[in-house]
Design a protein around this ligand. Structure first.
Ligand SMILES: Cc1cc2nc3c(=O)[nH]c(=O)nc-3n(C[C@H](O)[C@H](O)[C@H](O)COP(=O)(O)OP(=O)(O)OC[C@H]3O[C@@H](n4cnc5c(N)ncnc54)[C@H](O)[C@@H]3O)c2cc1C
Ligand code: SF4
Length: 348
């Protein structure tokens, strides 16, 4: 019998990798550092997902349920891998609870860390309670509490969503585009308008990157059906006049300063590399790319391979990714991990 395959991280990618391996009869050990599975969408309480429109708790929750009941998947919650020795086909993994087990291959699905808006103090987060993040608004909607200003619980009449907070910003060392936040923000704007039809929602942007089919489904639909307003601007600062939040900046289309009052300002936060990546790289003996994401081979023949044979990577661990792409990469990495073991699992 071949060794189990180690999957690290129980988000959408890790769940998909584990389940697709179990589906072909391969044993899996799934190690998750938190005390629950589901990754970003469950741990951060996302609301309705792009593009399926399903609630995260149903869509990703369904993946969690399928993994949890599968007898071929051994789930280890609240654990990290502290040592990973050996070579492809015959590794030994040690966990933080001092248990150890053999693994034929590993798939790292350790995801990302949400950008912390305290790194952009000029935009008011941490100073004004009604400056919040997209994850906070997702939680307001998914909890059923509704969208309310944290300062006093009133329903906002005017909301500004600021795109690219913690992305595409060289001054704070984040050069990448986080790929999904334009679409997530358009979606969130429509959800706010649906819940609060009297609330005006403005999206401040540098460029809109609702890539592929999302252009029509989110960017145009949010304007035409939901009357969301888009302002191409460079934001200077978010302040307060004691009653309203004041967003100051330059309208870069007409090249004029603009100052607009709002009840709530939402930071569309980006996807940072997982803060654990240095430790993960050292434990698994793999390389990181220049921004701190897990480096993967770039050739089409070796997608998902890290710098160490037998150790694969998938999903947002490699850089900002959508859920669809994270799942697809995880299924590809699962197949690559099986080929490390050599024998078709179901044929054993
Ligand atoms: C506000 C916001 C909204 C979003 N909404 C959408 C959306 O609607 N649609 C969409 O397609 N995408 C959306 N995304 C992107 C989505 O969150 C990611 O595509 C997805 O979470 C990536 O899945 P993953 O499994 O690769 O990583 P993650 O979801 O980050 O999961 C990684 C898992 O690994 C665990 N882990 C981390 N380090 C370790 C370690 N050292 N040891 C063990 N376990 C570890 C984590 O606890 C976590 O459970 C959104 C992102 C943001 C920021
Ligand atoms: S997806 Fe949009 S909001 Fe997110 S970083 Fe890219 S351009 Fe900015």
């Amino acid at each position: 019998m071949t060794n189990p395959i180690l999957i690290v991280g129980g988000g959408p990618a890790g769940l998909a990798a584990a389940k697709s391996l179990a589906n072909v009869g391969q044993r899996v050990t799934l190690v998750e550092k938190e005390d629950m599975l589901g990754g970003g969408p469950i741990l951060s309480g996302y609301a309705k997902l792009v593009p399926t429109g399903e609630w995260a708790k149903d869509a990703i929750g369904g993946m969690v349920a399928a993994v949890t009941v599968d007898p071929l998947i051994d789930v280890r919650l609240g654990q990290t891998v502290t040592a990973f020795d050996g070579e492809a086909g015959a590794f030994t993994a040690k966990l933080s609870d001092d248990t150890a087990f053999d693994a034929g291959a590993a798939v790292l699905c350790t995801g990302f860390t949400h950008f912390d808006s305290v790194h952009t103090p000029e935009w008011g987060f941490g100073t004004f309670p009604d400056v919040v993040t997209t994850t906070q608004v997702e939680q307001m909607i998914s909890s059923g509490d509704g969208v309310k200003c944290p300062s006093d619980g009133r329903q906002p009449k005017r909301v500004a969503i600021l795109l690219c907070v913690g992305s595409r910003d060289r001054q704070i060392g984040r050069e990448w585009c986080s790929k999904i936040c334009c679409t997530v923000s358009s979606n969130l704007a429509m959800e706010i308008r649906e819940e609060l039809p009297d609330c005006h929602v403005y999206i401040y942007y540098m460029d809109i990157r609702t890539f592929g089919l999302y252009e029509d489904l989110y960017y145009w639909r949010s304007q035409e059906e939901f009357k969301v307003k888009y302002i191409k601007a460079r934001i200077a600062e978010v302040t307060s006049d004691g009653e309203k939040l004041i967003v100051k900046g330059e309208d870069t289309l007409v090249k004029r300063p603009i100052t607009i009052p709002f009840d709530m300002v939402v930071h569309a936060i980006g996807m940072d590399p997982n803060i654990d990546n240095v430790m993960i790289a050292s434990t698994f003996g793999i390389q990181l790319q220049k921004h701190g994401h897990i480096a993967k081979e770039d050739s089409y023949g070796g997608m998902g391979r890290t710098s160490r044979p037998g150790v694969l990577v998938a999903g947002a661990a490699t850089g900002p990714e959508t859920i669809d792409d994270s799942i697809a990469q995880a299924q590809g990495a699962a197949l690559a991990a099986l080929s490390v073991l050599g024998a078709p699992a179901a044929a054993e």
